[in-house]
Design a protein around this ligand. Sequence first.
Ligand code: HMG
Length: 389
Amino acid sequence: MSVGIEEIAFYTPALSLDMVALAKARDEEPDKYTIGIGQTTQSVVPNYEDVVTMGVNAAKNFIDRVDRESIDMLLFATESGVDNSKSGAIFAKNFLGLKDGIRAIELKQACYAGTFALMQAKDFVTLHPDKKVLVIASDIARYGLKTPGEVTQGAGAVAMLVSTEPKLAVINDDTVYMVKDEPDFWRPIDSDIALVDGHQSTDVYKDMFLELWGRYKQESGLSLNDFAGWAFHMPYTKMAKKALDQILPEASEEGQALLKERLAASQYYNRHVGNLYTGSLYLSLLSLLDQSTGLVAGDRLGLFSFGSGAEAELFSLTLQEGFEKVLSKQATEAMLAARKPLSMSEYEAVFLDQRFDSKNTQKTDAPAGTGRCQFTGWQDQYRQYRIAK
Ligand code: HMG
């Protein structure tokens, strides 16, 4: 019996910011942002989106094709949770019309929790082959205006259905993982922006990738030439290049050329969206699948998951016959192209006009009739949502 990903879908908010405009406004060389860091645009979060709306909007792309009765668990991974007690999973369970006889919970460990959710889903489905698990990884990367991290902001959600009908890819039994206590990135309870030592975090990421790759090779007996491509947690696209460059010489000449070409494919969506923390690796996977040429059923893909603080996991997927049918490349590209580009002053206004204060009774700017799940503001300090049926 094989367990893996049956469905996958992505959602990002409908506003964007151009990184050349950001660089000019921050007195930086545009090439530093677009080449040195590797970002072209970032999604900007209006005050009517949060991790619940984005997660629901991602899952809505496939949920009507699935027998809801079969979904026994909803795992909601985020580090941008909307409440310190109530799980975003419960809001999402309701808005997606899932049954009451379900387990639904929110998981947090920086950008890593989406992978923990995927692995828990795999283990659960292995024990209960007639059940399915919905995994949602939804986040807002928010560092603050005029900070070094600003260029690496972004937002979005990836939803995945895990089952014994892995139409996209089987999750192989080859995972290796590790934890190290590192003060590289964190967000105090009283802060709406992340605090980070950006250079230290980059070093921790690179070191953990190398350590896990060494263990992976030893335990699996595989080498770099066994991989048709890689997807990485991608806080900025240059990060993935820095990681892969460490091991690239291990591949044959032909293999190196192919892996570089596939790296560019895996960076494409992330370059245009920015960091989405828990969902970032899975957006990179979607990007690799949509933007590569020549991938075939049976190909093994490497995945590297990293969350500051720090926790990492390295594993592989095997593509299944007909995997292309699960993808929705045109819809994803159309969603990115349809985003409204903001001027710098519009971006700064949107960034500051959020509803983090539960005592603020002013409604959000949620436009009516979009067919999407929207946050409409606070009432009696309780979050209010609008969901189109
Ligand atoms: P910075 O200090 O502004 O940039 O911060 P820099 O001076 O290091 O320059 C960046 C790159 O641009 C360098 O290339 C420069 O050489 C190059 P590198 O040496 O790194 O290859 N450069 C240029 N290239 C072309 N033309 C030019 C030019 N000028 C300079 N004219 C930093 C950059 C990414 C550190 C910052 O944006 C930041 O702190 N970001 C947030 C933290 C982050 O993304 N860390 C990544 C690893 S941690 C992680 O992945 C976890 C995370 O997702 C959170 C979680 O787990 O929840 C963040």
